[in-house]
Design a protein around this ligand. Structure first.
Ligand code: SAH
Length: 348
């Protein structure tokens, strides 16, 4: 697909078709303005026919706006697969949360993305397409970038789709592309240690976020099957190596689940785990998922947990919850839509 290509690869592509280089620039600009093929006015019909099968066919299929201003978009791809992405407005600009896979195979018990397993990986150009489409929704174009920050925290495990995600980071941060600063990109992972080390080799300036969610391996394994493969210590050690290489502060996501990971002992263990590591802990009150039985804590309890961490010298804040009324948590909306479609189809 043409949105998978860098600018230079696009130049090669048109060259192979025997076309002049400026055609490459025109196609590239059309893609970065998220134009549909029929909306492109400066390409001859004969050329459009040639590139038709390679031209991106993703589109915004639906949009939901939360009371707090958070917007959630359903993006549909050529094969009818859908993912969601979430747009949050902060003082400094827009942050977009993108999906990296359709579904997920990591199996975390609190997460809606993984309920039906992994459907497929997204290509680099399909991950990029989410940014381009939403940039257009905000009135932006290839030369007018509205989105300043990206988080790879939508559905999917980014490091389970390693090569496409890396190519996406290359594309989106390229000066020929949207030129989004790598410093403003955060990649969130459940902790695939070997891939964290590979990522460190890439010398990106992105932030690494670990979905930790527990301080004991047995407890982590109760909610995150990946804990059977890598221990918390192995993950934290990989974070230390990532920090040594990148000098980028590491972030931990810690979703508070009532009775599972919210005790005083958890605070102590977390403190001991991160000793000497430049880390910030984001405490997230669980967004309860209908299909799952886990219960969250109150916001007050979350603040108490964060305060207890700060008292022992660990930097921590409670994450603002956004978009709760529009099924804000990872994969919730896609599942809701799939459920509704199933009901519709059963009635047909
Ligand atoms: N697979 C990656 C990124 C996607 S999930 C990862 O594991 O980090 C993005 C974040 O949302 C993760 O920290 C995940 O643990 C969290 N999350 C998923 N479902 C949630 C829920 N129901 N409530 C709160 N946080 C949730």
């Amino acid at each position: 697909m043409l949105s998978d290509l860098t600018y230079l690869e696009m130049c090669d592509y048109v060259k192979k078709l025997g076309l002049p280089a400026f055609r490459g620039e025109q196609i590239f600009n059309a893609i970065y303005s998220a134009k549909k093929l029929e909306e492109i006015t400066n390409l001859p019909k004969s050329l459009k026919d040639i590139i038709e099968s390679d031209y991106p066919k993703y589109k915004v299929a639906n949009k939901f706006v939360s009371k707090d201003g958070t917007q959630k978009f359903i993006i549909e791809f050529w094969d009818s697969n859908i993912v969601e992405c979430v747009l949050m407005k902060y003082k400094y600009g827009y942050t977009l949360c993108v999906s990296t896979q359709v579904g997920c195979r990591m199996g975390c018990k609190f997460c809606a993305s993984t309920l039906n397993g992994l459907a497929r990986n997204l290509s680099s150009g399909e991950i990029l397409g989410q940014v381009l489409l939403i940039n257009k929704e905000l009135g932006g174009s290839e030369k007018n970038r509205q989105i300043t920050n990206l988080v790879l925290m939508g559905s999917g495990e980014p490091l389970d789709n390693f090569d496409n995600v890396c190519k996406f980071i290359d594309l989106v941060s390229s000066s020929k592309g949207l030129n989004i600063s790598q410093r403003n990109i955060s990649l969130s992972t459940c902790g695939l240690v070997d891939k964290i080390d590979l990522l460190a080799q890439k010398d990106y300036n992105i932030s690494l976020t670990i979905s930790l969610h527990a301080t004991l391996d047995e407890k982590r394994a109760e909610v995150m099957p990946i804990a059977n493969r890598y221990s918390i210590k192995e993950i934290v050690d990989a974070c230390r190596r990532y920090y040594d290489k990148s000098h980028r502060r590491v972030y931990f996501e810690y979703t508070l689940i009532k009775g599972v990971n919210d005790s005083v002992e958890d605070v102590k263990r977390l403190r001991n785990l991160v000793k000497g590591l430049n880390v910030h802990v984001n405490i997230i009150p669980l967004n309860e998922v209908k299909e799952r039985s886990l219960k969250g804590t109150t916001r007050l309890e979350a603040y108490k947990f964060a305060d207890a961490l700060k008292e022992v010298g660990v930097s921590a804040t409670v994450r603002r919850t956004m978009g709760e009324d529009i099924e804000g948590a990872c994969g919730q909306l896609r599942n809701k839509i799939m459920r509704e479609n199933k009901v519709k189809n059963n009635h047909n």
